[in-house]
Ligand binder design. Structure first.
Ligand code: HEC
Ligand code: HEC
Length: 306
């Protein structure tokens, strides 16, 4: 019934110009619009007051005869339960972004992801990680992956944080990864609410490139503080960051210097599949300033890789 009323409302909007009569019933104000193909536009996140918490994505196709855009009903309607955003877990979204199959228990991919460019230098499972195409700094081809072995030419997700939730949900769904509805909501919330502007914390260009901008002294205190509100890093990585050797050869000092963006992401959200589980500083209530201080201190730790 409600769904049918929604269709009638959409049709009504098209038939009657000056939709004042429907003000408050069908709300377009939060919707995003994007081309679906040459003669179709897709509207994301239409709100209909009869179904609170639910939004609709809907295509409008150009009719050459009437010279009007007409809704593609009912086939193009996608119902999105946006109320799930409020309870989604952005921190879980953060580790899904890193390596989703370690978090949701789905099979590790093998072939290359169909979106991965044939000119790309990576292959297999790595081409299915969000970070591989969109970057640790969320800026894709405009960030640290502007060149080098991780270059794909694909844009980042940083700007996408401004899309409405229904739009983001639909885009992530279209990637065809083995993600549940909950996984997609967690990723949607992560993108909408938890991305940081990495350039504020890690210098992107010039002689200081890759240097973190925080306070080393405060970072040391946080790194070594094993209590609530501390970084707790020392418990697992040791005072000099070498107690666990990543890939058998690297310590925190290596990773923090070589890839500060990755290190900040992992400080914030954790490391997927780590045992014992590396905690998330966001979950532990540390501010981005605290997190950046830890990264900055991490860059002073010894580099041990040969
Ligand atoms: C194999 C590469 C690849 C992987 C892996 C990948 N994406 Fe994408 N993604 C793309 C491409 C290509 C686009 C389209 C970019 C464009 O429009 O130029 C895209 C677009 C997006 C956008 C919209 C960006 C915008 O501003 O229009 C979002 C959000 C996004 N992806 C999120 C994700 C998330 C979340 C994951 C992991 C769950 C992921 N992507 C994994 C290739 C990838
Ligand atoms: C409870 C233990 C624990 C705590 C606390 C912890 N980590 Fe970790 N961390 C791990 C484990 C385990 C791994 C994965 C190691 C592996 O798989 O090689 C890891 C991975 C990492 C990595 C990724 C290295 C890579 O390239 O794969 C970095 C960087 C890191 N930790 C830094 C930190 C920092 C900084 C802190 C404090 C904010 C911290 N960790 C707190 C256990 C911990």
């Amino acid at each position: 019934m409600k769904m049918k009323a929604f269709f009638v409302m959409v049709l009504g909007m098209l038939v009657i110009s000056g939709g004042g009569a429907f003000a408050g019933v069908l709300d377009w104000s939060k919707s995003d619009v994007s081309p679906a193909d040459a003669d179709t536009i897709r509207v994301f996140g239409l709100i209909y007051s009869g179904t609170p918490g639910i939004t609709y994505n809907l295509d409008f196709k150009f009719n050459e005869t009437t010279l009007k855009f007409e809704p593609v009903l009912p086939t193009s309607v996608v119902t999105i339960n946006e109320s799930k955003l409020a309870t989604a877990d952005a921190v879980r979204g953060g580790v899904l972004y890193d390596k989703w199959w370690k978090i949701n228990g789905q099979a590790e991919p093998t072939s290359n992801h169909p979106f991965y460019p044939s000119t790309g230098k990576q292959s297999g499972k790595d081409t299915w990680r969000c970070k591989e195409c969109h970057g640790w700094d969320y800026k894709g081809k405009d960030g640290a992956y502007v060149s080098g072995s991780h270059y794909t030419g694909i844009k980042g997700v940083y700007e996408a944080r401004n899309m409405n939730a229904a739009h983001l949900f639909a885009i992530i769904t279209k990637h065809n990864l083995s993600l549940s509805e909950q996984d997609i909501w967690d990723l949607t919330r992560f993108i909408k609410e938890s991305l940081v502007e990495m350039d504020k914390y890690v210098i992107f260009n010039g002689t200081q490139k890759k240097s973190a901008t925080g306070d080393v002294t405060k970072g040391k205190t946080l790194y070594e503080n094993t209590g609530t509100g501390g970084g707790q890093c020392i418990m697992c990585h040791g005072a000099d960051g070498t107690a666990i050797k990543f890939d058998g050869t690297e310590g925190v000092g290596d990773v923090a210097n070589d890839n500060p963006w990755e290190t900040l992401q992992k400080i914030r959200f954790g490391h997927p599949g780590s045992s014992p589980t590396m905690p998330s500083a966001v979950n532990n209530g540390l501010s981005i300033t605290d997190q950046n201080d830890i990264l900055t201190y991490g860059q002073t730790l010894p580099k041990i890789a040969p």
